[in-house]
Design a protein around this ligand. Structure first.
Ligand code: N01
Length: 550
C-alpha cells in the first residue's frame, strides 16, 4: 500500500503545504507535540528549492556549517559537510537524511499540488483541494510554500518556434543536461546565471550570455571543508547557534562591524576590503563597515572596490565595463558569490551580449534575434531569469477566507502580513518566512526554525486555553506593514530594481517585501508577542462571523 493510501486526508490538526526546509521541520516539530499533521508537496520528493534547482554549479551562498538544522545536537554532530559551501546534491542528500532519520516521509503526499484553500467559517476548518481532486480538511493551515519557488520565463515572442532545447534553472531536468559541443545562450545574470555560466562555458562550443543588468559578485573561495575549522565549529555549536539568533543576518561566523566606512582612511578601507575579498563571503564583505547598507557614500567605497576588481579580472576592458554595475548600490540586490564568473569572459568561446542596449526581439527556429538586427544561432537556451519571488507561490493558490476575501484581493497592492507569519482576515492560517519577515535576508533554515517554533508555541497556547480560532487584528497588521516599510526606507535597499521589490515581474506592485530590520530585532518582537499573550491576535471560539479586516 502506498503511503498515500494509508493516510486520511480529513480531520487533520495541521496541514502543511510544501516539503522544503520549512515544511519538513514543521512536520517534525508538530508531530512531536502530538498534532495530526500532513504535508502536501507538488514535487516528486522532498527538498523544495534544493529539489528543483539542479542547474550546473548550484550551491548555497551560506557556509555549510551554518546552513543546517539546529534542533538536534546528534544531527549536527553526525553530518559531515565535505565543502565550505554545500552543493545542491549535498544539501538534498542532507534533507533526505533528515527525512529518513525522523521518519517523516510517511506523512508527506508527493506530486500533489494544492489549487485552492478555503476557510469554512462555520467549522473553523481549512478546506484544501489539490489539482488531482484530493480534498483535505484541517483546523490549521501552514503555507510553507517558499520564497523563490515560482520560476519565471519571460514572455518572449515565438519561443515555441525555437527548435533547440530550453531550460529554466529553477526547473532543471533531474537527469542533468550535457552541453558539450553545443551553442548555448544563458539569459539572466543573477545568482543562478552567475553560478551556472562558468560551468556551461566549459562544455559549450560557444556560450552567449545575454545580460540585461550587471550584478556585483564576489569570489566564494569555496574549497574542501577545513577539518580543523569543522571540529572547532562542532565543539561550539550551541554557543554559535545561540549567537546566530542575535545577529542581523542570522549567521554567527562574522564579527559585527564596529566602524563607519568614511571614518577610516582610504588605505585602511582598501586593506579591509582586500581582507574580506580574500576571505570570501557576501555577508562578511557587507559586514566590513556599519553603514554600507544605509549610507550611499559609504556604499560607494565598497562598490568601487568591486568595480576595480572586475576591471582587473576581465582582460577586455570593453567587456569589463559592460559587466560593471552602476545602477544600484552594492548589496541592495542579493550580493552574489561566484567561482570564476568574471574570469569566464576571458575565454575565447564566451561572448557577452548587452540586451539593455539591444533587447531580445523574438525567438526564431534557429536561435534568437535582438533589436539591433543581430541573430544568435543557438542549440540550447538557459533561462536564469528568476522567480515571482515571495508572493508568487501563495498567489497561485485560490486562497479564500470563505467570507469574500481572496489573497489576490488582499495583495492587489502588494503583500500585507503580520510579521510574515499570518494575515488579518485569514484565520488559522500561517506562513513560514512570509513577506514582511526577515526570510531571504537571513539564514533560511534558522528563519524557518524560528517561525515554526513560534507557531508551535502559539498552537500550544491555543490548545491549553481552549481556543479554536485566531485572527490577526487589522490594526496590528497595518502597524507591522508600516514598520517594515519605514525600516526599508531608512536603508539603501529600495534604490535597486530587485526582486525584493518585485521589479523583475512586469506589473507587480513595487513594495519592499522582506523585513530588513535584522533577524535579532525581529526575533525579539516575536518573543515579546508570545510573552505578552499575543496582543494584536484575536483568540476565540467564534464560528460564522468573520471580519475581512476592512
Ligand atoms: O534570479 P534573479 P536568480 N529579459 O532574479 C534577468 C536565490 N539563489 O534565479 O536584473 C532579460 O536574481 C534579470 O535581469 P534584471 C538568491 O536569493 C540563491 O538568479 O531583472 N533578462 C537577472 O539578471 C537569488 O537572488 C543561490 O534586469 C531578464 C536574472 O534574469 C534568487 O535566488 C543560487 C528578464 C534573474 O536574476 C534569485 O536568483 C541561486 C527578461 N525579461 C539563487 N527577466 C545561492 O544560494 C529577468 N532577467 C547561491
Amino acid at each position: 500500500m502506498s503511503n498515500e493510501q494509508t493516510l486520511n486526508d480529513t480531520a487533520l490538526d495541521v496541514v502543511i503545504v510544501g516539503a522544503g526546509v520549512s515544511g519538513l521541520y514543521a512536520l517534525q516539530h508538530l508531530n512531536g507535540l502530538g498534532y495530526k499533521v500532513r504535508v502536501y508537496e507538488q514535487g516528486g520528493d522532498v527538498g523544495g528549492t534544493w529539489y528543483w534547482n539542479r542547474y550546473p554549479g548550484c550551491r548555497c551562498d551560506i557556509e555549510s556549517l551554518e546552513y543546517s538544522f539546529s534542533f538536534d545536537e546528534e544531527l549536527e554532530q553526525e553530518w559531515h559537510w565535505p565543502e565550505r559551501y554545500g552543493t545542491q546534491p549535498e544539501i538534498l542528500r542532507y534533507l533526505n537524511h533528515v527525512v529518513d532519520r525522523y521518519n517523516l516521509r510517511k506523512d508527506i503526499v508527493f506530486n500533489c499540488s494544492i489549487s485552492s484553500a478555503t476557510f469554512n467559517n462555520n467549522t473553523n476548518q481549512w478546506e484544501l483541494v489539490s489539482k488531482d481532486g484530493k480534498h483535505i480538511t484541517s483546523q490549521f493551515c501552514i503555507m510553507a510554500t517558499g520564497n523563490l519557488s515560482t520560476p519565471r520565463v519571460p514572455d518572449y515572442e515565438d519561443l515555441d518556434v525555437f527548435q533547440g532545447k530550453w531550460y529554466h534553472t529553477g526547473q532543471w531536468p533531474h537527469e542533468g543536461v550535457d552541453f558539450t559541443g553545443l551553442r548555448v545562450g544563458v539569459i539572466g545574470t543573477g545568482s543562478s546565471g552567475v553560478q551556472s555560466i562558468p560551468i556551461i562555458a566549459q562544455q559549450a562550443s560557444h556560450l552567449n550570455v545575454f545580460q540585461r543588468t550587471p550584478q556585483f559578485s564576489l569570489p566564494a573561495r569555496n574549497g574542501p571543508m577545513d577539518t580543523e575549522k569543522e571540529s572547532l565549529h562542532k565543539a561550539s555549536y550551541r554557543t554559535l547557534r545561540e549567537a546566530a539568533f542575535n545577529t542581523p543576518f542570522g549567521i554567527a561566523g562574522y564579527p559585527p562591524p564596529t566602524h563607519l566606512a568614511l571614518d577610516v582612511t582610504p588605505d585602511e578601507r582598501q586593506a579591509s576590503y582586500e581582507e574580506k575579498w580574500a576571505e570570501g563571503g557576501s555577508i562578511s564583505f557587507l559586514y566590513t563597515y556599519k553603514d554600507l547598507l544605509v549610507d550611499k557614500k559609504a556604499n560607494d567605497t565598497a562598490a568601487n572596490f568591486v568595480r576595480d576588481k572586475i576591471r582587473q579580472t576581465v582582460k577586455d576592458q570593453n567587456v569589463a565595463e559592460k559587466l560593471i554595475p552602476y545602477d544600484h548600490p552594492i548589496g541592495t540586490k542579493r550580493l552574489i558569490l561566484d567561482s570564476g564568473y568574471f574570469e569566464t569572459y576571458n575565454r575565447d568561446n564566451v561572448s557577452l551580449v548587452d540586451i539593455r542596449e539591444a533587447p531580445i526581439e523574438r525567438f526564431t527556429s534557429e536561435g534568437l534575434r535582438t533589436t539591433d538586427g543581430k541573430h544568435y544561432e543557438l542549440d540550447a537556451v538557459v533561462f536564469a531569469t528568476g522567480f515571482d519571488a515571495m508572493t508568487g507561490a501563495l498567489s497561485n493558490i485560490d486562497l479564500d477566507n470563505g467570507a469574500g476575501l481572496t489573497i489576490q484581493d488582499k495583495w492587489s497592492n502588494g503583500p500585507r502580513c503580520f510579521m510574515g507569519l499570518a494575515m488579518a482576515g485569514f484565520p488559522n492560517l500561517f506562513m513560514i518566512t512570509g513577506p514582511q519577515s526577515p526570510s531571504v535576508k537571513t539564514q533560511m533554515i534558522l528563519a524557518s526554525q524560528q517561525h515554526t517554533d513560534w507557531i508551535a508555541d502559539f498552537l500550544e497556547y491555543m490548545r491549553h486555553n481552549g481556543f479554536t480560532r485566531f485572527n490577526v487584528d487589522q490594526e496590528a497588521e497595518d502597524a507591522w506593514v508600516i514598520h517594515n516599510n519605514d525600516i526599508a526606507d531608512s536603508t539603501l535597499y529600495p534604490l535597486a530594481n530587485s526582486w525584493y521589490v518585485g521589479a523583475n515581474v512586469p506589473g507587480k506592485p513595487r513594495v519592499f517585501m522582506p523585513y530588513v530590520g535584522g533577524f535579532d530585532r525581529y526575533k525579539k518582537a516575536c518573543d515579546a508577542l508570545a510573552r505578552n499573550g499575543y496582543p494584536g491576535i484575536r483568540l476565540s471560539n467564534d464560528i460564522g462571523t468573520l471580519s475581512n479586516g476592512d
